[in-house]
Design a protein around this ligand. Structure first.
Ligand code: SPV
Ligand code: MG
Length: 299
């Protein structure tokens, strides 16, 4: 089944589904092996892994390159965090075209202005896009996709920016009417109250996606009860890496030895397995000449 179709089905399965953050081919493969049915290519995590800020410092083609490696590494669908779409409606159209070429199942665009920054950095001071302008981007995305199942998620930052529930509902209606396949309602408070109120007032016409990074203590059953379609665990692979790498780096530096770290980290063989090195060995048996030819000086 096409990855885009898989992602459409996740959005409409009738259950609460989960996307795990990934930020490169390796983390995408690990998420897939853990059992996740889809991946969130997080802007925060991809930029952090590249050593830059989540403020469009990585160009859109650099993001495209990362997400292409991820797409090649896994069979499950990727929802790309495409920030604001990296420009206006025209940039969005070209982005959709390029994502489809690279087998990326869908993208999420947010109603902020380019260059954006992460929602948890002075989120309330960040300007929002005009509704009409953002609606134009959603329509342009839907009109330009060649794969009918390519997913466009529209994300509103109205709650993050402090514009309130009425504005959030107004934007959700407009984005839904523009053809978005799902709405991402983002909230930065430490309880699920805002998204629960939204679900209470939102007529159930379009899948809703949430990112409970800040309200992580809310039991998942609460999201299931109110009919959330997809929960995104948005940055937990990247944050896990940071903790593990900081621990190993400090220990190796301090002890000037690998002895105590060796048993705590993945074996080199595990790296080869995750890279699917075995497939290459098999292919070499088929495609390489069996007796290696020696250079004249070796004879
Ligand atoms: C991301 O993962 O980059 C997101 C989610 O956009 S958040 O960091 O919560 O804004
Ligand atoms: Mg982001």
């Amino acid at each position: 089944m096409k990855k885009s179709t898989q992602l459409q089905r996740l959005l409409r399965s009738g259950n609460t589904e989960f996307l795990m953050e990934s930020h490169n081919g390796l983390s995408a493969r690990i998420a897939e092996e853990a059992g996740f049915a889809g991946v969130w290519a997080s802007g925060l995590s991809m930029s952090a892994a590249l050593g830059v800020r989540d403020s469009n410092e990585a160009s859109w083609t650099q993001v495209l390159e990362v997400v292409e490696f991820m797409s090649d590494a896994i069979k499950i669908p990727i929802l790309l965090d495409a920030d604001t779409g990296y420009g206006n409606f025209n940039n969005v159209r070209r982005l959709v075209h390029k994502l489809e070429q690279r087998g990326v199942a869908g993208m999420c665009i947010e109603d902020k202005l380019f260059p954006k920054t992460n929602s948890f950095i002075n989120g309330e001071q960040q300007p929002l896009a005009e509704v009409d302008e953002f609606v134009g981007k959603i329509k342009a995305a839907k009109d330009s996709q060649e794969d009918g199942d390519f997913v466009v998620v529209a994300r509103t930052e109205a709650l993050i920016a402090g514009w309130g529930m009425e504005e959030t509902l107004r934007r959700a209606e407009a984005y839904h009417a523009a053809g978005a396949d799902a709405l991402l309602i983002h909230s930065k408070i430490s309880t699920a109250d805002e998204v629960l109120e939204f679900m209470h007032r939102w007529r159930d016409t379009c899948p809703v996606v949430i990112v409970p990074t800040m309200y992580y203590a809310t039991p998942t059953s609460v999201f299931e009860e109110v009919g959330i379609s997809v929960v995104i665990w948005a940055n937990h692979m990247m944050r896990s890496c940071i903790t593990a790498m900081q621990r190993s780096a400090a220990q190796i530096y301090r002890e000037r030895s690998l002895v105590n770290v060796e048993q705590q980290i993945a074996a080199v063989q595990e790296v080869f397995r995750l890279q699917n090195a075995g497939e290459l060995s098999m292919a070499e048996k088929i495609y390489l000449p069996q007796s290696a030819s020696l250079s004249p000086t070796q004879m």
